[in-house]
Design a protein around this ligand. Sequence first.
Ligand code: PMV
Length: 362
Amino acid sequence: MIESEFIPEPYSGELPEGEVSWSSPSNIALVKYWGKYDPQLPANPSISLTLENSRTTTNLEYSKRKHAGTDFSINFLFEGNERLDFIPKINTFFKRIENYLPFLTEYDFNIRSSNSFPHSSGIASSASAMSALALCLMSIEKGMYPEMSDDFFNRKASFLSRLGSGSACRSIEGPVVAWGQHEDVPESSDLFGLPFPFELHHDFKSYHDAILLVHEGQKEVSSTVGHDLMKNHPYASTRFEQANQNLSELIPILQIGDLKGFTKIVEQEALALHAMMMTSSPYFVLMKPNTLNIINKVWGFRAETGLNLCFTLDAGANVHLLFPDAESEEIYEFIKNELVAYCENGHYICDQVGIGARLNPM
Ligand code: PMV
C-alpha cells in the first residue's frame, strides 16, 4: 500500500456526536527501531512482542461543530486531571494525520486517557497512548464509512499511530508485529506494522515480560533526540544492516521455538541499541548501574540453571526480562529473591504477550 491509499473518499455517512473507547497495549521490540527519517519512517525494520497488561485506555467524545474551524478543538484529561501540557503533542499529531482524516477540524473532541501502569514508571507510554487515540479516531471514520474492512481498519490505525510515535504502529495487533520493509516479510511496509505473517511457535504466544523498574521517572534524553543522532552516526549503516540480518535470523527462530537462538539475538539487539547511544555525537548513557547488575545476574542465573531467561532494554534504564511460561515459576522466584533489590522502590510489572488493542463497550 502507498500513503495516498489512506486518504479517504468523501464519506457515505454522517456522525453528529458520539463516544468511543479503546484500550491499547505497549509493545517491546526484539529487533530495535533506532533511526528515522521524515515522516516517521524507520531507518531499519523492527519486530516486537505485543504486551497485554501495560495499556492505555482512551475515551474520545466527539460532537460536530456548527462551523468547521481551521484549528483543532481538543480537551484532554489524563487520569482525571486536565493536562494542558499534553495538548501541543496531540495538536502536532492531529496536524500530521489531518490529510488522512479530513474530519478532524469538524468536531470538538474530549479525550480522557489513563494508563494501567504507573505514570512515572519510565515505561514508554507513547506506543499505547498514540495507538489508543488513533484507534478511537478510526472508529469515528468507520462510523462514516461502515463498509471499511477490518484489515484496512487495522492497517490505517497502525499507519496513523506511526505518525504519532513510530513504535506505536506495532501496538494494534499481536502477538508479534513487524514494521519496516524487509525482503523476508511478505507485504512488510515502512508505513505500518503487520502481524507476523508466519506460524508463531506456541511458546512465544504466552511469553512473559517482567519489567524491572530500575529508574522511575523521565529519561534524560528523549527517543526523538536519539533517533536524530543516528543521522550522522559513524556506525549507522552497519547498525541498519545488523538489524536487517537479525530480523532474517529471528523469523525461523520464532517459527520453530528456538529459545537459545532467541536469547542471542534479543540480547545483542538490546546492547546494540545502547551502543548506538554511547557512540553518537553527543554521546549519552541511559543504563544505570543497576541495569548492568541485573544483566550480570541474569547471565549468572542462565549459566547455572540453563533456563531461558533473557533481557532486553528500551530507550531507558529499565530491564525487560523475557521468558517462557513453562519456566515462569522458577524465574519469578529468582526475580523476587535476587533482582527486586535492584528495582527502584522494589517495583516491577508482570506482563505477558497479548493479542493487541480492544474496543471497549460503551
Ligand atoms: O517510538 P519511539 O520514537 O519512541 O522509538 C522507540 C524506540 C525503541 O523503543 C528504543 C525501540 C523500538 O523499536 O521500540
